[in-house]
Design a protein around this ligand. Sequence first.
Ligand code: SAM
Ligand code: SF4
Ligand code: SF4
Length: 348
Amino acid sequence: MTTNRSLPILAPAAKPTDRLGRPLRDLRISVTDRCNFRCIYCMPREVFGPGFEFLGRSELLTFEEVARLARIFAGLGVVKLRITGGEPLLRRDIEELVRMLAATPEIEELTMTTNGSLLAPKARMLREAGLDRITVSLDALDDAVFRAMSDVPIPVARVLEGIEAAGEAGLGPVKVNMVVKRGVNEDQIVPLARHFRGSGHILRFIEFMDVGTTNGWRLDDVVPAREIRERLEACGGLEALRPNYPGEVATRYRWADGGGELGIIHSVSHPFCSSCTRARLTANGELYTCLFGARGHDLRALLRSDADDATVAGAIRAIWAARTDRYSELRSEATEGLARVEMSRIGG
Ligand code: SAM
Ligand code: SF4
Ligand code: SF4
């Protein structure tokens, strides 16, 4: 056998780590900044009203551009992709993007976060296109409280149907995310826990976060993880579970009587920046290295230039290598009043 010794042997490029030693493992891809809900903690109607200027079609990354970026990110160490928004199911032909992303080598898990209102008729199609699992946001079981959070006249039943359809389509166990806001939906912690006990779905409680600058966040509005756990314990014994993987954002519990799993995401009371391996891409192609970033890095301009994949990869590598973000650990007067990207743009 002859070998061509003149060709250099290329070692696979090292995967980048940031300035705090954190690798790049997850990419959250927002596919739209629009939404059919106006959750008071995310897109308050006073700000996101009829006059609000959303991104135009030509500003959005095309599916081909997203898929190309996903391949490049996978080459840099990303093994998990999450499609989000705004509301990702509003993006036309989203299952096509799912199909393209599912074909990315190295990706171990492709998921989506949705408000669930458009999910029931699409769940099977998404599964067939290659979506592995789904997270559905649901803040109350009671219609009036649900509406006080979502600020739209959509009944809870629509979201519950979406969750069931996703389970039947093989997208389960469905993670159901409840953002808890003091004085608005805290009385729904126990009803939701009872509803999903024994269902096979995993309910996760999220502390209300100071993302963006429009939701009027105050520390007093946060129901801390400890209090959420105490309320749950009043309706049954809980046992702590080990994390599924290092850096998992939810603290996991199970009902002692075998009723299944629950989680609490305590980003405010116990930040987890030291294990944060997530990058976020906005629908117009800006890369953020923190949920609380003030500014993104424009990858779209690079994609629409004649830059080859190695050049784009080099730019992302440099951005990640320079990363020092740990906003939640620093959260204090030092971070008050700082500019921050809105959740509906960055995708949670
Ligand atoms: N529209 C989809 C949905 O609601 O699932 C996807 C995008 S949404 C921005 C992603 C997640 O962020 C949702 O689970 C939502 O509840 C959460 N979220 C939005 N604003 C938040 C806040 N201020 N604090 C905590 N979680 C928030
Ligand atoms: Fe829309 Fe999701 Fe934000 Fe609610 S949390 S307004 S559903 S993007
Ligand atoms: Fe990651 Fe930023 Fe959240 Fe910390 S504050 S966990 S660095 S996204």
